[in-house]
Each structure stands twice: as structure tokens, then as C-alpha cells.
Design a protein around this ligand. Sequence first.
Ligand code: FAD
Length: 286
Amino acid sequence: MEMKEIFKKHTVFSVEIFPPKKPGTIESIYSTLDGLSGIEPDFISCTYGAGGNSADTSTIDICKIIKEKYRILPIAHLTCVNNTKEDIDLIVQRLNEAGVTNVLALRGDKKEGVEPKNDFAHASDLICYLRQKAPHIHISAACYPETHPDSGSAVSDILYLKEKENCGAEHFISQLFFDNEDFYDFYEKTLIAGIKSPIEAGIMPVTTKSGILRMVSMCGASIPKKLSRILNKYENDPAAFSDACMAYAIDQISDLIANDTAGIHLYSMNRPDIAQRIYGAVKSML
Ligand code: FAD
């Protein structure tokens, strides 16, 4: 589906899931997807090989389930740094067989002990390749409100983002962030750079202090004082911790919607209970 179509009507609300971590346990994804019923997200995206998960085969299978059983638009994440052109051709063939026409094209991260393949250095290379080889596929891509950790500067990061759009990306999903001002500053720079595609704000509700500290150390996001105080004050009180972190995420989302952000992309961490709680609190604003 052409991405600009879904942004025409209202603030988009989308959800990200990841494949089950153990190989051969794809059925367990049904409980996650069943748990999301009632939310009716505009699309569900499914990660590919994130965090070292060997999801290579199940991402497309899960997208097929999302489309056929749940009648929701699926977006299959696809990384390129560890794939050759032949690998990508095979993946496109599998996407076609599954009837999946939307992809989030990513570079991915180098894996320890795995020599990266040389066909695609950056997401933009994959986007150009897909645009040429599989013009029927609609391409989304990632962006970074606090700048990608490998970037020389915020300016070059935005210019490369523009290159992704020039190559054929129709829509962007942001890395998680906890200070909306970072997103607004970044968004303003994308407008100055002439980027016109809709940009969704990626929101990750905090569930544990150790989990979020690990996550931000990997992706380079910062934790503002307001959130840091919550993490420290309630770390030994699970109920208060959960209430305070949910309130933080809901407050972030409400403010983003009030400021006309094109969409909210919820990193659900396969926790439909959390997605339901957040959706319930913001649905009238979407
Ligand atoms: P790129 O766009 O290639 O950017 C990477 C770096 O290179 C940046 O610093 C950029 O400024 C620079 N750059 C870009 N283009 C050029 C160029 N032409 N020349 C020189 N420099 C350039 N990882 C997974 O493994 N699986 C997933 O499913 C997954 N899902 C994700 C979903 C979202 C919404 C986000 C935000 C990230 C996701 N990631 C995933 C993580 C992602 O793979 C990493 O952040 C990775 O380090 C960068 O991917 P990218 O597509 O943004 O890379």
C-alpha cells in the first residue's frame, strides 16, 4: 500500500513487534497479535534480525499472518549490511509469494564475528536497489531525532535522510526518544532539507530500568532528567514504576499529537497489554 494514503485521514498509530526469539516457535506470535485486537493499528511492522535474533525466515511469515489472518497492513523490516544482492533478490521473491508489498529498508548493524557483505553499505543503497528491482514495493526507512550514533554530524545525517527519500523512501519511522523537543528540532531540520515524506515518532514505553538503560546505550538516545527521576524513584516499586512510565509515554504521545505529528509508532516489545493501555489513553486524540 502506498504509504501517503494512510496519512491522509488522521494521525497514524502503528505498532512494532519482533519475531519469537526461539526458532520454530512462530505460533507464539498469535498471542501477541490477538492481544492487539481492538487497537486496529494502521500497520504493524515486524523486525528482522534485530538484537541478534535469527529472524531471517519468520519476519515474512509473520507479515503474511498479519495481512491474511488479522487484515492489517504489514511492514517487513529488511536489513542489508549482511545480505548480498542475490540474498535480497530471494527475499523479494519471498515477499512476493507472501503478498507483502511494504518494507522498512535498513542498513542494520554489523554483527560480531560476521564479515559484512559488500553489496550494500547504507540503507539508501538498498532503497535504490529495491526501487529498481521491485518497483511495486513501497519503501519506508528509519530516521534519528538525536542523530545516528555513527554520524559525523546532525547535518550529514539529515542530508543522507534526504538521499533515502530521493532513492524512493515514502515514509520514515524515528528511533525512540524521550524528549519531544528533540523530535521537533529534528523535524524542523527535515523540512529545511526539503524532506516531504511523513515522519512517525517512535515511542518506547519504559518497562524496566535495566532494559531501557541497555537500549539507550545501544541506540544513543538520551534520558531527560524528568524520566531519570522516575526511573530512580520507583525502581523498587513495580506498580508505581509501571504507572509512572506509562504516564510518561502517554504524555509524550499526547503532546506529539497536539503538535500535529504525522504518526505514532509504538515499540510494543510484544507486550499487547502495554499497547492496549496506551492506545486506550490516546485513541480519542488520533
Ligand atoms: P543508514 O541510513 O545507512 O545510516 C547509518 C549511518 O550511515 C548514519 O550515520 C547515516 O548518517 C550514515 N549514512 C547514511 N547514508 C549514507 C551514505 N550514503 N554515505 C555515507 N553515510 C551514510 N535493526 C535491525 O537489525 N533489524 C530491524 O528490524 C531494525 N528495525 C529498526 C526500526 C527502526 C524504526 C529504527 C530507527 C532502527 C531499526 N534497526 C533495526 C536499527 C538499524 O538497523 C540501525 O540503527 C543501523 O545502525 C542503521 O540503520 P539505517 O537504516 O538507519 O542506516
